[in-house]
Design a binder for this molecule. Structure first.
Ligand code: GDP
Length: 331
């Protein structure tokens, strides 16, 4: 069984590397699957592809619903194609129910880009915890890189939970915002603005242009307060009109400038830090999963929770006892 999983994965990895589109779709379906036998093959697949990953420019795009994310990704993706890049669009949307589709589920949202053979668009894997969805998107991103896509756009809806997960898998995190003023700015959580390497105010056109200008000025001021002056990169605030495909070149220019500012060593350090954070989250998830799977421990856990609430045992002591019980063979 294990040998099969490994040879299946090796075969599929070869096809993905060769640019076979159907193999790519199959590989992504595999890494998105939660079935235990699929997970095993998926892990072999990712391991086999790993040497061919890491060369893409990874960009995260977040913003509130209606900001114009899909309009922007369409315009920006088409610009990337013109510039000779090969974009792949992925998403993290932990809220999407299995039946209701996901933020990229509606292909008509990126009508031209989705029709272009050189681009690849994949909706968010549906269902499960944020950690699970993020892991599957991260692995799908690696598969895309190995398949030769050199620019990854990873979308998430900016409602306050998935941004950190996306910021942790990209080189640059972009916040896309609609024109808004005054109190409306408060709607965006400060923590999300702090994550941004680039703030893009969309809808800088027609009647909305003056508001876009004001919003850009307000975010410019806010970012000055949030960011240390000493950092190598100060997040710029740009204005675009995704609808009129205006400003796409400037956005791309800033993405490249950010890369230059980081330098190869800075980028490597950033990615290493991200990998370390992921490692620890995976360890936590694994331990939680094993705890839940061990029915025999449920009684112990319940007892310890009561003991803690009654002050009979400290939380660290109780945690140690659980981990020891978990490590005991046959428990
Ligand atoms: P999302 O929810 O962030 O993906 O936003 P959409 O891309 O679906 O856009 C939401 C609405 O804003 C749609 O009606 C778009 O046509 C409109 N929109 C998007 N970009 C622009 C823009 O640059 N200018 C104007 N005026 N409208 C835009």
């Amino acid at each position: 069984m294990a040998a099969d999983a490994k040879s299946d994965a090796a075969l599929l990895a070869g096809q993905v590397r060769g640019g076979d589109r159907r193999a790519l779709a199959r590989a992504i379906t595999l890494v998105e699957s939660t079935r235990a036998d699929h997970r095993e093959t998926a892990e072999h697949l990712v391991a086999a592809l790993l040497p061919d990953t890491g060369r893409a420019i990874r960009v995260g795009i977040s913003g509130p619903p209606g900001a114009g994310k899909s309009t922007f990704i369409e315009a920006f993706g088409l610009h990337l194609l013109e510039a000779g890049r090969k974009p792949a669009v992925l998403a993290v949307d932990p809220s999407s129910p299995v039946s209701g589709g996901s933020i990229l589920g509606d292909k008509t949202r990126m009508e031209y880009l989705s029709r272009d053979e050189r681009a690849f668009i994949r909706p968010s894997p549906s269902g499960g915890t944020l950690g699970g969805v993020a892991r599957r998107t991260r692995e799908a991103a690696l598969v895309c890189e190995a398949a030769g896509f050199d620019t990854l756009l990873i979308e998430t809806v900016g409602v306050g939970q998935s941004e950190t997960a996306v910021a942790e898998m990209v080189d640059l995190f972009m916040l896309l915002l609609p024109p808004a003023g005054g109190d409306e700015l408060q709607g965006i959580k400060k923590g999300i603005v702090e994550l941004a390497d680039l703030v893009v105010i969309n809808k800088d056109d027609g009647d909305l242009a003056p508001a876009a200008g004001r919003t850009a000025a307000e975010y410019g001021a806010a970012l000055h307060m949030l960011r240390p002056a000493s950092s190598a990169w100060h997040p710029p605030v740009l204005r675009v009109s995704a609808l009129h495909r205006k400003g796409m070149e400037t956005v791309w220019g800033q993405i490249l400038a950010h890369r230059d500012a980081l330098g190869p060593a800075g980028l490597a350090a950033k990615r290493t830090g991200q990998a370390r954070a992921v490692l620890w989250r995976e360890i936590e998830e694994e331990v939680r999963g094993r705890l839940a799977a061990k029915g025999a421990l449920q009684g112990l856990l319940e007892r310890l929770e009561i003991d803690i609430s009654q002050g009979l045992i400290s939380a660290p002591q109780a945690a140690r006892r659980v981990v020891e019980a978990l490590a005991k063979p046959g428990s």
